[in-house]
Design a protein around this ligand. Structure first.
Ligand code: GCU
Length: 732
């Protein structure tokens, strides 16, 4: 029988130029410098070493090591013998140690996250943490055992096909092994134990089992899991045993009606998640994964996009157990690399091999915003075709998908390569206005009524320190994030054909290249802060829309001082009516759905309470004489000074469009310098996107003033003044 030994303890970590330190896995060397901004986190090769005594191996037994993830490339060396090289920081892999084992052993794992031009990702809006940041295990197996090496396989593949009408599932079970003539397959059900003796040929065994009266894996309501066990038999004796859970579910996706689970409409509404956490980086423990899942459940989301790479197996398990529908993807992102095809294919092969049995997973994401920093070339199309074919060869049960950048034309030949599509749109945050989101989707849906389309990313950054009664795009207030999401929630609710929607992002996350909204190194589009604890107000908007757990949430608890006589008090709730009290006095009861807004006169300090049945929440607001400067991200109103300033319309100014300004070589040069500075604050991806031709086309119609407005403090007032003065020197 196999034995699995946790191998996380007693490692020594050696980073060049630093003294060796003892570490326990999971570990990343970028937990701090990958989150503090400056785009200067250390990327290079470090060494993990471990001394260990020879594990007790019985006659013929073999010893393997399993890495849950080694970012980004790894070499495994035991007692001086090089045993494995692995490229790709997010998939698991194994190596066999047996023949290199001695009585006392030195295991050296050299891990490298430095930049290169073949292993994805190389350009993206998140920190590429380096390290052995997932579990490491030793696996001791008999000489004849289920396969361990090929693409990190679990050795067993389960393909259930559900016939809803007959309430049956045909379950195909396959195993791969190094020898043995027979495999025993068992699936205990609620009534009987299904059992098959299967003859194996060429190291492969396959059988079909019909589950009558099948208990479906039915999303949030009933995520029922079966377990299948495979026993490998040699000379009449069971020598190895593995098992996996699986779920029986049927889904289909309709271009007009959206997602169906087990025959009923089941609109996929949820969020995206990165695997990282403040001060820990990517090195999460099982407890951290569980805590993340608890927040997903609290929110009431029924789907997760596990972006932008393969997550820990433990997390897909949690999705299975909790009935969460998953979009899984590889980090083929932002920038197509001419030498990256093989690596993209390898990462996809490993993702599918390792995640195939999870009922939660419903699609394979080929790429994300792959046109963000370059054109759609034949080479890029070809790499996508090959990836798409690979997915279909390996899995005939799940569609492929891509997440497209907003500037990708709707008729691009890239879109129909995958089975279904989704767009990442940020109108109302980066470029453009909120309404452009619905315009975009309505146009797409009218153009291609037979194509499935979804909303794979949308969001607005918010720092919970910043507040305003007149929230606007680019102010980083918690209140603008609410305005933004209220708009999009309505858009989504009115468009049931959006097959899946995913807020970007459930949590703030590390993007070391960013410096905006009062924080360095963080993307702050999360509904929850980077501590994975502090919920922003917008979190409760979605909770009100999705969760069945009754609650009331008073918004603006961090917005205490208000320089106005009457203030807006907003309540998010999934109850039908909400009553508001001020200082114990009943003010008003409102009926409605999700968002309840009240106008409340304020004079001193007031205790506000929102009540619906058993559910209540309270906050404090205070009448202030002047706006509290701590709430302001923009310390000055950049635009207002200009509205009142005189300017000569016969000369160029910031009122002109980007298109007009780029026509004149002198204004174009000024513009170029300014754009460089503006985009620098948003990290590498923004810098790459700047050279995108489609983006330039879309921006040509926008006035420079509107762009500055959205850049907020990254373009200081003084700079705008001198910029405008310089433009005013140039005659039209
Ligand atoms: C992109 C991208 C994300 C990124 C996000 C953002 O479109 O896919 O990885 O973090 O937008 O700009 O916040």
């Amino acid at each position: 029988m196999r034995q699995i030994i946790n191998f996380n303890d007693n490692w020594t970590f050696l980073k060049p130029g630093e003294t060796a330190e003892p570490v326990t896995l999971p570990h990343t060397w970028n937990a701090i410098d990958g989150q503090d901004g400056g785009n200067d986190y250390w990327r290079g090769t470090s060494i993990y070493e471990k001394h260990f005594a020879r594990p007790e191996l019985k006659e013929g037994e073999r010893c393997f090591i399993e890495f849950g993830g080694a970012a980004m490339t790894a070499d495994v060396i035991l007692n001086g013998k090089h045993l494995a090289h692995h490229e790709g920081g997010y998939s698991a892999f194994r190596a066999e140690l047996t023949d290199a084992l001695e009585e006392e052993n030195l295991l050296v794992v050299s891990v490298d996250n430095s930049a290169n031009d073949r292993v994805y990702p190389q350009m993206a809006d998140f920190t590429f943490y380096g390290g052995l940041y997932r579990d490491v295990k030793l696996i001791l197996v008999p000489e004849t055992h289920f396969e361990l090496l090929k693409d990190g396989t679990p050795g067993i593949k389960v393909t259930p096909t559900v016939h809803l009408k007959d309430r049956e599932a045909y379950v195909m079970v396959e195993t791969w092994q190094t020898g043995g003539a027979e495999v025993w397959i068992e699936i205990p059900t609620e009534r009987v134990k299904e059992f098959r003796r299967v003859e194996a040929y060429g190291g492969h065994a396959v059988t079909n089992i019909i589950l009558k009266n099948v208990h479906l894996w039915d999303g949030l309501e009933d995520p029922y899991l079966y377990t299948v066990t495979a026993k490998l038999v040699k000379n009449g004796e069971v020598v190895d045993e593995i098992s996996t859970r699986f779920g029986c579910r049927e889904f289909r996706i309709d271009p007009e009606k959206g997602f169906f689970l087990n025959g009923r409409s089941y609109p996929l509404r949820g969020v995206s998640r990165h695997q990282d956490l403040k001060s820990k980086g990517s090195a999460l423990t099982y407890e951290d994964h569980k805590a993340d899942m608890a927040i997903v459940r609290e929110l009431g989301a029924n789907t997760l996009r596990l972006a932008h790479y393969q997550h820990a197996q433990a997390f897909y398990d949690l999705c299975d157990e909790n009935g969460i529908i998953v979009w899984a993807e590889i980090p083929y992102i932002t920038k197509h690399m001419s030498g990256g095809k093989q690596n993209a294919l390898n990462q996809m092969r490993e993702l599918i091999t390792q995640c195939y049995n999870h009922p939660s997973v419903v699609c394979w994401g080929l790429s994300n915003e792959i046109t963000a920093s370059g054109a759609v070339t034949e080479k890029l199309l070809q790499d996508h075709r090959e990836l798409n074919e690979l997915c279909h060869e390996m899995d005939s049960t799940r569609p492929t998908v891509m997440a497209h950048a907003f500037m990708l034309e709707k008729d691009s030949p890239l879109i129909p390569i995958a089975d279904i599509a989704s767009y990442n749109l940020y109108f109302g945050w980066y470029l453009g206005e909120l309404e452009q989101n619905e315009q975009f989707f309505d146009e797409y849906h009218a153009m291609y009524p037979d194509r499935v389309i979804g909303f794979s990313e949308y969001g607005a950054d918010a720092n919970t320190a910043f507040h305003s009664s007149r929230p606007e795009k680019g102010d980083y207030t918690e209140e603008y994030q609410c305005v933004y999401h209220e708009h999009i929630l309505k858009l989504i609710e009115e468009r049931p054909w959006l097959w899946a929607t995913h807020v970007w992002n459930l949590f703030d996350f590390a993007a070391d290249g960013r410096d905006e909204g009062g924080k360095k190194g963080e993307n702050q589009k999360g509904l929850v802060e980077f501590d994975h604890k502090t919920r922003k107000d917008a979190f409760y908007l979605y909770k009100a829309a999705w969760s069945k757990e009754p609650f009331v949430h008073l918004c603006g608890k961090r917005y205490v001082d208000r320089a106005e006589d009457t203030t807006e008090i907003k309540v998010y709730s999934n109850c039908e009516s909400v009553t508001l009290y001020a200082d114990g006095r009943e003010l008003e009861t409102k009926s409605g759905k999700t968002v309840f807004t009240f106008s409340v006169p304020i004079s001193g300090e007031h205790r506000i309470e929102a009540v619906s049945g058993e559910n209540r929440d309270e906050s404090i607001v205070r009448r202030a004489d002047a706006p509290n400067p701590a709430y302001l991200f923009r310390k000055q109103s950049v635009i207002n000074w200009f509205d009142t300033a005189d300017y000569d319309p016969s000369c160029y100014s910031i009122k002109d469009t980007m298109g007009a300004l780029s026509q004149n070589p002198r204004t174009a040069a000024i513009l170029g310098r300014m754009m460089e500075r503006m985009t620098a604050s948003r990290g590498d991806v923004a810098k790459g996107a700047n050279s995108n031709a489609n983006l330039q086309k879309m921006m040509a119609g926008l006035s420079l003033e509107s762009l500055i407005k959205q850049a907020g403090d990254s373009v200081p007032g003084e700079m705008i003044r001198s910029l405008n003065a310089a433009l005013q020197q140039i005659k039209k």
